[in-house]
Write a protein of this length. Structure first.
Length: 521
């Protein structure tokens, strides 16, 4: 994980650790009742659990790694450390040891648990070595976990946890000529811990714990990396977060850039999910002055079409320069919208598919700066058309991205990426990328101004929000499931300590704009 900013902190790993899979962990304090609630975890028949753990203080009882918030007869309800030894408990039943090696206060140890329903074998490994094989008694064969660090009766974890991965099959250990997936996850001191996303099949859930978690002013957002990227490479992953815009508060972001006749071709793109659909509001991009076409450039917003709500795009200077989506919008659904102009035509794409086009040969000049989440009133000091929902990964390009027609590469499909945002630094048209605002990750919150600063990943057009946002506006991003939300944590639980990785730095009282390009020559 290279240097990155996640909401409150710069995370700066020791240079010798920068290419390792994990450099940070989360510190769970049982006295503070710290734990993470996980939503929408799949129901499992066969399963495996992999994680790294370093104990705080003396060994306690029933310190839960993963558990459930309800008691279900015959179903595995907790995997926990009791007396320092990893154990499991199902209902009904008693605690059964899964390892013989106790957790350490001084070093991380790697634990893996596998369950094969066909053999009815539950196995426990420590540091890649099989230590216990047991035959559990289950009255049911469906298992699930929805808490990290706690189960039904409380029993909180007290220690540093890292790299929690859950699989829907029993990992192999090299016996019988199988691939040693347990050893792959254990890794080595030179390469760091193994990447669960490199295994096949991939895990159903992977929580790095520390490297990508973001504090929203009250709790940590803990993304399930397995839902968000193909290879799980934390160092190059896209933002797992978005910003939540509240139309009642008048939330918007000023990008501090203007789209005008200096562009001979253009693409704008963003992901949006509406909490509510209100006609003539729901602006994604706006560079518009109400009742003033001559001082406007473009506007993308929600408009009624009969009884349906659709995307509407206006391109100044005339009202006839408009495009309308055929997609009928719904709330709580992520949409990817792209608008291109090649100097002759404007086109509207929704989720990678062209839905409207029109001949337009010029771009209007405007003195307005481009807004995300609102468009300008005639007074130019207040804004209207605000969006009520989430926006993620907004971008501007100084070319019309191609759509695969006429033998061209399908750069629209590339940016859509089958419904999951990708890292635009790796896009084939990267040289034409002007500005990219992830909106969530690499954004910082100023509590005194009640304002978000949204860094431009490619250019210098740093965005600043209206002073109406709260810190909890950072929310889960596109294409995610089984994400976690902490409870009992105060915002200082991410620490620069992880397996095979120490002496990693965390910033204090620094925001996203404190990174500069001026360096000693």
């Amino acid at each position: 994980m290279s240097t990155q900013f996640t909401n409150r902190q710069w995370r700066l790993p020791n240079n010798e650790n920068k290419d390792k899979q994990s450099n940070y962990s989360m510190d769970f304090d049982s006295a503070s009742s710290d734990y993470i609630e996980v939503s929408n975890m799949p129901i499992l028949t066969d399963f495996s659990l992999s994680f790294w753990y370093k104990q705080n203080g003396p060994a306690g009882s029933y310190e839960t790694v993963v558990g459930k918030d309800t008691i279900d007869g015959g179903i595995l309800t907790s995997i926990a450390f009791t007396g320092g030894v990893l154990s499991f408990k199902n209902r009904p039943g008693s605690w059964t040891a899964l390892t013989t090696t106790s957790a350490s206060n001084t070093e991380f140890k790697h634990y893996s648990i596998t369950y094969d329903s066909s053999a009815n074998e539950l196995k426990g490994y420590c540091n890649g070595i099989l230590e216990v094989t047991t035959t559990p008694v289950f009255s049911g064969n469906e298992h699930s976990f929805n808490r990290i660090g706690r189960y039904f009766f409380g029993s909180y974890l007290d220690g540093e946890l890292d790299g929690v991965a859950i699989f829907d099959y029993a990992l192999t250990d090299g016996t019988g000529g199988t691939v040693n997936q347990i050893a792959a996850l254990y890794g080595s001191s030179s390469t760091g811990i193994g990447n669960p996303m490199s295994l096949s099949p991939k895990p159903v859930a992977y929580y790095p714990l520390g490297d990508q978690d973001a504090f929203n002013g009250a709790n940590y957002l803990v993304p399930n990396i397995a839902a968000e990227e193909a290879d799980g490479d934390i160092a190059t992953s896209y933002s797992p977060y978005a910003l939540d815009f509240d139309s009642a508060s008048g939330d918007y972001i000023d990008t501090n850039t203007t789209l005008d006749s200096s562009y001979s071709s253009l693409t704008i793109s963003a992901w949006v999910k509406y909490d509510s659909l209100v006609s003539y509001k729901g602006t994604i991009f706006g560079q518009w002055v109400q009742n003033s076409f001559s001082n406007s450039t473009l506007l993308v917003y929600v408009e009624p079409s009969g009884v349906n709500k659709v995307f509407k795009f206006y391109w100044a200077p005339t009202a006839s320069n408009s495009l309308t989506s055929t997609t009928t919008l719904q709330t709580n659904v992520w949409y990817h919208i792209v608008i291109t102009w090649d100097g002759s035509n404007i086109k509207l794409f929704i989720n990678g598919t062209e839905e409207d086009n029109k001949a337009v040969t010029s771009i209007n000049n405007s003195t307005q700066t481009l807004k995300i989440g609102a468009f300008s009133k005639q007074s130019q000091t207040a804004y209207t058309g605000e969006l009520n929902g989430k926006i993620s990964n907004a971008s501007i390009w100084d070319t019309a991205l191609t759509d695969g027609t006429g033998g061209t590469p399908n750069q629209i499909a590339e940016i859509y990426n089958e419904g999951v945002p990708s890292n635009l630094n790796n896009h084939s048209a990267y040289s034409n990328l002007v500005s990219w605002w992830q909106l969530g990750n690499n954004s910082s919150f100023n509590s005194s101004l009640n304002q978000w600063t949204c860094i431009d990943e490619k250019g210098t057009n740093t965005g600043e929000s209206s002073q109406t946002f709260n810190e909890d506006a950072i929310v889960d991003g596109v294409g995610s499931y089984a994400n976690g939300l902490s409870s009992g944590m105060g915002g200082d639980e991410v620490i620069g300590d992880a397996p095979y990785s120490t002496a990693n730095a965390l910033s204090v009282n620094m925001d996203v704009e404190d990174r500069v390009t001026d360096t000693p020559s």
